[in-house]
Each structure stands twice: as structure tokens, then as C-alpha cells.
Design a protein around this ligand. Structure first.
Ligand SMILES: Cc1cc2nc3c(=O)[nH]c(=O)nc-3n(C[C@H](O)[C@H](O)[C@H](O)COP(=O)(O)OP(=O)(O)OC[C@H]3O[C@@H](n4cnc5c(N)ncnc54)[C@H](O)[C@@H]3O)c2cc1C
Length: 657
């Protein structure tokens, strides 16, 4: 619940004379139209060169999908860009069936080919090297121009300050000392998982700030706002600050909704009903929860009406699974708890690097290929220093990472039960290349794996057919300062119509690059998580409809909507989007979240759970990883699924050949 554990809701500058690296499309429209009058140059290209001197990021017509990507190493990899999307859709649409003749055979043979260079693929490469030995050769194929998958970051330059924000994967929890995950963090150089954060500075009285986008630190203290707009008959919209403290008193909603929703926000169960959380995966409570929807569970546990769930809880309270409670197994809200991190009173709660788990991916890369990021093997080292891209795919490395390569075909050389090798084919810059391997790990996620493993048997195909994923767009909005929120007495807020649902000011963890202090005049990045839910429609249909909406809306349209919404909500507090927004980056994830439907986790009608079919054994020489196999989107599951996949290959496949 908001401000609770669920991930789903889950310098001194006056802002005057601020020089920003990039003005957004809209505030440059005048410049662009002037250019057209002057000589017919493509206005968007002109805009790019005039406004992005440091990024060298050419904004062409096509980029009205991708939009501005920021500065730094991640600037060409903001979510799924147009080229990523097109390469993926070519696989789906059968563009390589049958395979064309002109495939270049690289005559390279690996002990393991790993598809996907996100946390799971990087973890698979690490475990492979650790288990099989230093001479074992593996190749990671990753379709983006930089590793990390959903654990990537955006960078802005605002008024000379480098601001970093997450593209997707954001938070991590502190683990019990000496547990497997604690040891893993330690082994990649995350020696002090409890981070140090910016401190308050300046003459303004301090307000509580969150460390993560999901903490809602201002909610319990009354420094949080709910906004109600036209949907609730409020024009102009109205704010309620301290909504819980004020018991939602002036909210323009019916009394029954107010009572029910407050019960949920305060975490009060229905009288006489005690709810026991599942303790271990697969116990009686978890199996019951997996037999009903999350919506049904909220109705039972908090005495809510369906209407209250769908109006106020969807899609935010979807347990970090992308859709609203109506479409999900109730167990999806508790699956994260089964990893049992250190309790909050001992750990100090969730942790987050400025760019989220991108830093964990960078630490993993440095561990796998030390030359890939020069400098010390530490959080500061991988944050300060740039990636040495040439070192990633060097033949001297036993582990190689090949970027901007889309795997299109993986298959055994002969009968999967007997074959000693397999063939992998990937596309790079429009050309196809062939490599050879003794084994493979599919860590790219269900939506591509099912298309590229060409000899996948029917049982696994049927299992993957029950994996539904929905889109998410992470919009990072850099503002010159957040004084407008401070004036309203809030550090975070939530709304129930328009684009996104919530945002908050974060104090950043210190990695050696950030200002050590924060105050209302500091430039910050506000992150809007945009989910696409259509309560009442089937799970798969909601994902498809959302994807269509997200993929057919231009950068310009989204930017217009975000700016208009900010103006509508905050202009009364002195905010002016034209002046105060320094830049917007959109990160579109077409298949962001796995949406587990009832029965996903433990099966139903006597059938095995779909994830179990894929996890129980490799198929021939191919094992399956990625966090989606756990049914819960969490980098810890990405690591654990990779560990299981590599152990299966070592125990059941590679020892026999
Ligand atoms: C918006 C959002 C917020 C999240 N927040 C958190 C959070 O706060 N904390 C947390 O722990 N988790 C979070 N997650 C979950 C996140 O999924 C995991 O943390 C983790 O990053 C997933 O890693 P992965 O390697 O399993 O999958 P991915 O990150 O999806 O990596 C798979 C990679 O394989 C690539 N790929 C796919 N097909 C191919 C192909 N055919 N050829 C080559 N490459 C291919 C993909 O493009 C991708 O780069 C969040 C997810 C989203 C979408």
C-alpha cells in the first residue's frame, strides 16, 4: 500500500538563469518554426544541434518515438528505443523464418551463450565463471547499446549539475548477514549496502524526504498531497494535504469510498478478521492467495467495494506487477516478502542508488570483466568512471558481452536429447551472425524467449503462453527546483486521473558525484511511473491494449500531457512548466512487468504452474532464467533464477559432454 512495502505505489540554484543542457521539444517549438521559415532544415534536427551541444544526440523524425535520451553513457538507451522495438517485432513477425542464406559464421564456440544482458544475464555469466572455472568461455548477447536491462539510468545536466534517475529497477533491500544474497552483494563490491544520503541544507525548515520513489515519507507526517481533478467534478482540481491525518475529510468522493479507502490506507483489517501473511513460498496461505485475485483479497481483508478498488487502488496497488488488483493473483502482493530481507527496524528500510539498480549492474560488470570500468572496484569507482566499451567484447576475456545484438534464433544441432552443441544467430546492424555453443541460458524474458528458441517443445511453449506482461513508461522529469512543492508543504503526491499516479522528491544516496545536501532550490528529477490498466478486462487483453496505447503515442504528445498536467496541478504554487521543467526523458518498456494471474504461482485445476514447467529442468542444453520465472519482478529473483539455471546446466548438461 502507498507508503508501505509495496513497490507499486507504491545546490544551490534559484532556478533563475538556469542553463540546461536541453530544452524540451515544446519550449523550443518557436525556435523550430523559425528555422522552417529561414531555410527548410529539419526543425527537429536543428533543435537537436542547437540545444544538445554536449549530447551529440541527433533528434530526428524517428525519435519522436524515442525522444530525448539525456546525456552520458545511457543517452542512446532510454527504455526500448525505436530500433530495439523494430528488431524485436521482426522476430515476432517471423522476418527470419525461414532463415536467410547470408548468415556470417564467426566460427566462435562458447561453453555457454547467454541471451540478455540484464541483471539475470550478468548474474548467469558470473555464476558460470565461478562454477565452471576461469577458463570457461561465455558470451552474453544484449540487444541494447548498454548492459543492464531494466536496471539502467538516465542522466541530465541541469545548471551544471549532473542528475541521475532510474529507468526501471530502483530499490534493493538489505539482506541478513551471511545469507546468499548478502554474500553475493559483497562479492560484487557492494560492501556497505546501507547507503548514506543527502542531508538537508539552507534556511528553510526541513521536510521529510524519501530515499526511494515508493517510500512516501511525507505521508505519515502530513507532508503529502492527494489531488482530485475533473474526474471528481473538481475544476480547477483540488488538493488535500495530509489526507490521512485529515481523514480525507474534504475529498470530493462519497462517504462510503472515504471510509473504505481510509481503512486501506491505514492498513486496518475488517473487524474480527485477522490476516496472516504467508511465511514460506507454497504454504497454505500462499496457495489460497494464488487461487483468488488481489482485488478479491482486498475486498476480503479490508472490506472494500470493487468500485473503491478500481477507482483508488488501480493500478498503483498492484503489488509491483504492472496491472491493477483485478487482473492479478493475490499472491503477487506477497511474493517479494518470501525473500525475507533484514527487517526494517534493523536495516533502515529500502535502499536506492541515484540511478537505481543500474549501479548493481555496473558492479556486476566490473566483477565479470575488471577492465570494463576502470578505477577502483567500489560503488564510487563504478559510478564515477565511464564504461570502457572496447573491453566488453575482447577475445582475451573468457566472458564477453556483445551489445546491440538481438538474438533471433537458438536451436540444438540435432535431437535436443542427444545433441552436443547448439547454434545461436543474432542480428547486428542489419546483418546476421552465427555462433556455436555447448549450452545456453535464456535470460531475456518470456516475450522473446518463446520466439527464438526454435525447437522449444510444446509443454514449454504452453507454459510461456501463460506468461503475460504489461507495459510501463517511466517518465523522468528534471525540474530546476522543487520550491513549488515546498510551498504546498509537501514532498510527494498522488493523483487519480491523467498521466502517471504519484511522484516524490528523493534525497539521493551519495556515490561521490552528488551534492551532499538538498533543499527546495535544488534541481531534482521527479519520476512518473505510467501504468496502463483497464480494470475488468482479461489480464492479457489489458497488457496488449496498454502496449498499443504506449507504442502509438509520440514523445511530443506525452511531453505535452506531462507539462499540462504539472501546470494544472502546481501553477497555483508558482510552478511554470515552460520555465521550471529542464528536461523530460521517457523510458518505454513494452513488456515491463510480468502480470501473474491466479494459479500462476502454484498451478490450478491439477496442472503444474507455468513457471514450474520452465524451471524444473533445462530443455536439452538450454536453461531458462530472468526474473519473470519467479512471477515477481525483483533483481534478487533475477539473480536467483540465474543461479538455478547455471546449476542445472552444470549438474545435468555440461558434466556429461
Ligand atoms: C518500471 C520497473 C520498476 C522496477 N523496479 C524494481 C525495483 O525497484 N527493484 C527491483 O529489484 N526490481 C525492480 N524491477 C524489476 C526488474 O525487472 C528487475 O529488478 C531486473 O532489473 C530484471 O532483470 P532481468 O535480467 O531479469 O530482466 P531484464 O532487465 O528485462 O533483462 C533482460 C535483457 O535481455 C534483453 N533481451 C531480451 N531479448 C533479447 C534478445 N532476443 N537478444 C538480446 N537481448 C535480449 C532485454 O532487452 C534486456 O536488456 C522493476 C521493473 C520495472 C519494469
Amino acid at each position: 500500500m502507498l507508503g508501505g512495502k509495496s513497490r507499486s505505489p507504491n545546490r544551490s540554484s534559484s532556478g533563475i538563469n538556469t542553463s540546461v543542457t536541453r530544452r524540451d521539444f515544446l519550449s523550443s517549438t518557436l525556435l523550430a518554426s523559425g528555422a522552417t521559415l529561414l531555410g527548410g532544415a529539419n526543425p527537429l534536427e536543428l533543435l537537436a544541434t542547437q540545444n544538445n551541444p554536449t549530447t551529440q544526440h541527433a533528434i530526428t523524425k524517428d525519435d519522436d518515438f524515442t525522444g530525448y535520451g539525456g546525456v552520458g553513457e545511457y543517452r542512446h538507451s532510454n527504455g526500448n528505443t525505436l530500433s530495439i522495438l523494430e528488431a524485436g517485432h521482426a522476430i515476432r513477425d517471423g522476418a527470419y523464418d525461414p532463415l536467410p542464406a547470408n548468415i556470417v559464421d564467426l566460427h566462435e564456440t562458447y561453453d555457454c551463450v547467454i541471451v540478455g544482458g540484464g541483471i539475470s544475464g550478468l548474474a548467469a555469466a558470473l555464476f558460470f565463471r565461478r562454477q565452471v572455472g576461469p577458463r570457461a568461455k561465455c558470451l552474453v548477447l544484449e540487444n541494447h547499446p548498454i548492459f543492464g536491462g531494466e536496471a539502467k539510468q538516465n542522466e541530465f545536466l541541469v545548471d551544471g549539475h549532473r542528475l541521475v534517475a532510474h529507468q526501471g529497477s530502483a530499490i534493493y533491500q538489505i539482506q541478513y548477514p551471511h545469507s546468499f544474497l548478502a554474500n553475493f552483494y559483497d562479492s560484487i563490491g557492494l560492501k556497505t549496502p546501507k547507503l548514506t544520503y543527502q542531508k538537508w541544507s539552507g534556511p528553510d525548515p526541513e521536510l521529510p524526504l524519501s530515499r526511494t520513489p515508493y517510500e512516501a515519507a511525507g505521508l505519515p507526517s502530513g507532508h503529502y498531497g492527494f489531488w482530485f481533478g475533473a474526474k471528481f467534478g473538481s475544476k480547477p482540481g483540488m488538493w488535500i494535504t495530509d489526507p490521512i491525518g485529515k481523514n480525507l475529510e474534504s475529498a470530493p468522493i462519497p462517504q462510503t469510498s472515504r471510509t473504505e479507502w481510509l481503512r486501506f490506507l491505514k492498513g486496518e483489517p475488517v473487524e474480527g478478521k485477522r490476516f496472516e501473511h504467508p511465511r514460506v513460498e507454497g504454504d497454505e496461505i500462499s496457495r489460497y492467495l494464488d487461487s483468488i485475485t488481489l482485488e478479491q483479497h482486498f475486498i476480503e481483508r479490508f472490506g472494500l467495494s470493487r468500485e473503491t478498488v478500481r477507482t483508488f487502488l488501480s493500478p498503483v496497488e498492484g503489488g509491483g506487477s504492472g496491472l491493477g488488483p483485478d487482473a492479478l493473483s493475490a499472491y503477487s502482493d506477497y511474493a517479494f516478502e518470501m525473500l525475507h530481507p533484514l527487517p526494517e527496524d534493523q536495516s533502515g528500510s529500502d535502499q536506492m542508488f541515484p540511478g537505481g539498480n543500474a549501479t548493481i549492474a555496473r558492479l556486476m560488470l566490473k566483477t565479470l570483466i575488471p577492465a570494463a570500468i576502470p578505477g577502483p572496484h567500489s560503488v564510487e569507482g563504478v559510478s564515477r568512471n565511464s564504461v570502457n566499451f572496447a573491453a566488453l567484447d575482447s577475445p582475451v576475456n573468457p566472458a564477453r558481452i556483445r551489445l546491440s545484438c538481438t538474438a533471433i534464433h537458438i536451436a540444438h544441432d540435432g535431437d535436443p536429447a542427444k545433441a552436443n552443441s547448439l547454434t545461436g544467430i543474432y542480428q547486428k546492424d542489419g546483418k546476421l551472425y552465427r555462433v556455436h555453443a555447448r549450452s545456453a541460458v535464456m535470460a531475456g524474458g518470456c516475450w522473446t524467449t518463446k520466439h527464438i528458441v526454435k525447437d522449444l517443445p510444446e509443454s514449454r511453449r504452453n507454459a510461456y503462453a501463460q506468461f503475460y506482461r504489461s507495459p510501463c513508461m517511466m517518465a523522468n522529469v528534471a525540474v530546476n527546483n522543487w520550491r513549488f512543492l515546498y510551498k504546498m508543504g509537501i514532498t510527494g503526491c498522488r493523483w487519480f486521473e491523467g498521466i502517471g499516479n504519484y511522484m516524490e522528491v528523493r534525497k539521493l544516496a551519495l556515490t561521490g558525484l552528488e551534492s551532499p545536501t538538498i533543499n527546495p532550490d535544488s534541481p531534482v528529477v521527479l519520476t512518473l511511473k505510467v501504468l496502463y490498466a483497464y480494470p475488468g478486462e482479461p489480464t492479457e487483453a489489458q497488457g496488449k491494449r496498454g502496449r498499443t496505447e504506449m507504442l502509438t503515442t509520440s514523445f511530443r504528445d506525452y511531453e505535452t500531457r506531462i507539462r499540462a498536467q504539472f501546470d494544472e496541478m502546481f501553477s497555483h504554487a508558482g510552478f511554470d512548466a515552460k520555465r521550471d521543467i529542464a528536461g523530460i526523458i521517457l523510458n518505454r518498456w513494452g513488456h515491463a512487468y510480468l502480470n501473474p494471474q491466479p494459479g500462476f504461482f502454484f498451478g490450478k485445476n491439477g496442472q503444474s504452474a507455468p513457471r514450474q514447467v520452465l524451471r524444473e529442468a533445462p530443455f536439452g542444453r538450454i536453461a531458462f532464467a530472468n526474473t519473470d520465472l519467479a512471477g515477481a519482478m525483483d533483481h534478487r529473483y533475477s539473480i536467483l533464477e540465474a543461479k538455478r539455471a547455471i546449476e542445472q546446466l552444470c549438474d545435468q548438461v555440461l558434466t556429461h559432454s
